[in-house]
Unconditional design. Structure first.
Length: 187
């Protein structure tokens, strides 16, 4: 029987309560959750936390509930191929906003997303609304219910609030608030 692995890939800049809620929700569907921090992203540049800082925050915030990995590539297909082993099925865990970007991304070749979804599935949580996959992809795109609406919780919002001197601590796991304060206050 194949092992079902949920992959929560992201920048985690910083880790938020929403990241952990996604991972916890996925644990109800898959056998294991792996939080992946890619070394390279096709669409992001970083300020603030180093790669090592982000991995450390993930390990502390996850408290051993999830495996933490670093990958060379940042596209889901690259991550899936890097993590794949013989008897596993990979499910990428993401919010509606990320799913829309992934499915609509220009990969440079017609039919690319269909070919990718032959290699992995998506578990999609509502984030600012539900995602309705195109009919021909629905067999590989599944809804991931969350216990609460965390649409307003994002790493971007944490960084914005820190820069503006606004309260932000409620957006991150309490276990990493000190790390976030130290890393992002200096930035």
């Amino acid at each position: 029987m194949k092992k079902h692995i949920g992959v929560l890939a992201g920048a985690f800049n910083p880790v938020t309560r929403a990241h952990l809620a996604l991972a916890d929700a996925a644990m109800k569907t898959v056998d294991e959750v792996v939080c992946v921090v890619p070394r390279v992203y096709p669409h992001k540049q970083f300020q603030g936390a180093s790669l090592e800082d982000r991995i450390e925050m993930l390990r502390i915030a996850g408290a051993g509930r999830y495996r933490v990995e670093m990958t060379a590539g940042g596209l889901f297909i690259d991550i899936a191929r890097e993590l794949r082993h013989a008897d596993c099925e990979i499910y990428f865990v993401c919010g509606r906003d990320a799913a829309e970007r992934i499915i609509a991304w220009d990969y440079g070749e017609a039919g690319s997303i269909e070919k990718m979804l032959d290699e992995f599935s998506l578990l999609i949580a509502e984030r600012g609304g539900a995602y309705e996959a195109p009919a021909h992809l629905r067999h590989r795109v599944h809804r991931l219910p969350l216990d609460e609406d965390l649409s307003a919780v994002s790493s971007t919002e944490v960084r914005r609030r820190i820069a503006a001197g606004e309260p932000w601590e409620h957006l991150v796991p309490a276990s990493i608030a000190g790390h976030v304060r130290k890393i992002y206050a200096a930035a």
